[in-house]
Design a protein around this ligand. Sequence first.
Ligand SMILES: [Zn+2]
Ligand SMILES: [Zn+2]
Length: 124
Amino acid sequence: MPVFAPQHVDVSLSEGVSIRWADGHLSQYKIKYLRDHCPCATCTDAHGTGETPTATRPAGPLPVLQPSGHRLQKVEPVGRYALQFYFDDRHSSGIFTWTYLRELCPCDACRPAERDRAKERRKS
Ligand SMILES: [Zn+2]
Ligand SMILES: [Zn+2]
């Protein structure tokens, strides 16, 4: 099993995270994407039952500083194996290991491979 290690990590609290891996691959993640893929128990349960309801908020002037989970307050390393993201909706229980982040890489080179693997799983 390959062990993924980052060579360089760039964090923008309003934009997202980019990781240059030791094998030269570059992964760029939007904060919303990371929030949607939070691996904590709360979020993975919610993923199973569908989207979190958001329709209850009344329409009106845009609340500019409304916590949305689309910005980060901070990012902290967890040992040598993971990152912990503090989202601006006060959610911070997800520990993103390097391996998980690499599997999550949204780039064209990585995502089609994942879709193929999913197809293979369904066939068998
Ligand atoms: Zn979570
Ligand atoms: Zn990739």
